[in-house]
Unconditional design. Structure first.
Length: 147
């Protein structure tokens, strides 16, 4: 039994293959663009844009469920400036990555930590039934991260 392929069929197969390759390439490019638009390049944490979205969602959920929300702002400006000035920006970048990892390590998956500026971090923790619960959770996080 012999099988013959027409030139038109080869052309259609090549065209289809090229279209699939372009679609996959576009999907990867869109994922990269989304990541670059919503995440900090140095720390890998959500940036201001994604923080705004997640904070709006957390506020709406807290209002709907009558729960508490905790928002924490942290800046390591004094330490960061000293390290950058004395040891260089490369060491400063390592410090920022380490701070981001340590803060992230102690949060739940539904919580958000964001790097919003050079040495500024914002943490959003939600789903607290009462203020006593929020105090105990946030105190534990502060002790783990800040001694």
């Amino acid at each position: 039994m012999s099988f013959t392929v027409k030139e038109e069929e080869i052309f259609l197969a090549c065209d289809f293959t090229n279209r699939v390759a372009v679609a996959l390439s576009n999907a990867r490019w869109e994922e990269q663009l989304y990541y670059m638009a919503h995440y900090d390049a140095l720390s890998g944490l959500p940036n201001r844009l994604l923080l705004k979205d997640r904070l709006q969602q957390a506020l709406a959920r807290a209002e709907r469920q009558k729960n508490f929300l905790w928002l924490f702002y942290s800046s390591i400006w004094i330490v960061f400036k000293y390290i950058n000035d004395s040891l260089g920006h490369m060491v400063g970048d390592l410090l920022l990555r380490e701070v981001a990892q340590r803060l992230s390590r102690n949060l739940r998956s539904e919580d958000t930590i964001s790097r919003i500026g050079g040495d500024e971090f914002v943490i959003v923790i939600s789903h607290f039934e009462n203020s006593k619960e929020s105090f105990s959770v946030t105190t534990a996080i502060a002790k783990k991260n800040y001694g």
